[in-house]
Design a binder for this molecule. Sequence first.
Ligand SMILES: Nc1nc2c(ncn2[C@@H]2O[C@H](COP(=O)(O)OP(=O)(O)OP(=O)(O)O)[C@@H](O)[C@H]2O)c(=O)[nH]1
Ligand SMILES: [Mg+2]
Length: 314
Amino acid sequence: MPGKNISIIGLPASGKTTYIAALWALMLNNSPHCSLRLHSLKSGNQQYLNKISEAWLSFSEIGRTFLAKDVGEVVMNLQFKDSQEVAVLNIPDFFGELFDAHFKDREWTEDYFDLMKTSHQLILFVDPYHENNIARTIMDERQILEQYGDLEDVMEESAEQKQRGKEENKESGKVDTKESKSPLANAKIYQHINSSNQVKLVEILQYLLFSLSRAEPFKVAIVVSKWDKVMENFPNKRPDEVVKSNLPLLYQFLNCNASDLIFKFFGVSAQGVDYDNSDGLDEFVKMLPEDRVNIFDGANYSKNIATPITWLIE
Ligand SMILES: Nc1nc2c(ncn2[C@@H]2O[C@H](COP(=O)(O)OP(=O)(O)OP(=O)(O)O)[C@@H](O)[C@H]2O)c(=O)[nH]1
Ligand SMILES: [Mg+2]
């Protein structure tokens, strides 16, 4: 029985858990569109999987994944419906802060390294609507400058505020978490959390390529999540175009490392609808769960939630 470790990478709130929840719910419901069926759960945290898939089925927020202990291993024995072949799939649902921490601390744990050594496939999640995934332009920066005044004034203001804050905190013994109203003033103090997501994702991929130098290339499915919103706002866009325009550094990195990375872009709507969109939600609750998802591989739309996985392990 061939074993496959598929690792999921994605910054906080990029759609990882929602995808796993939809995959699990649709496999359990034996969705006619899903190319994989559950053979058996080898090991792993079934309670967790049931909890997230119940939330998905009832259109309620799954909630952030905070602690590794909440998640545990997700090891499934999956069977391809057409070939009947069984594959062991290990998809741990990491919490996004883990990847932020890898970028910030520039180190990862032994356990994570061991897992990556045995993973030959990756699913990389990108939220096209995250503010750090929208490329900032010189034009936008200028507008901010015009709005908030001259850059030097802003920097002076920032330095003064910082000093004042430090003195106040010293007196009160408090740790200040207040932020200045001016985005530029805040931007002066480097915080990894404000770094563009594409920089973090490229760093993560670079670590993998350098530390796990392999004879065989890595296969990476780039999943652009919340595709329902992209479909609504930009009906003619393909997922590779979204990455190219919103995360150009990541797009360039993938293309420049094509000898070490085999990649494909997927637009994935695992939730089907934005839960804040009350009009859309009314329509959706009437649908069968298997009709809720939409997957776009750049050429065709399908309702097969497993499309990125089948491409990875084919
Ligand atoms: N509209 C829409 N929203 C989605 C979709 N998938 C996820 N979301 C929303 O995106 C947010 C983050 O989704 P999660 O699946 O929790 O993201 P995550 O990557 O697991 O986040 P962490 O656990 O923090 O790392 C939630 O508010 C979801 O409701 C989708 O297909 N469409
Ligand atoms: Mg999560």
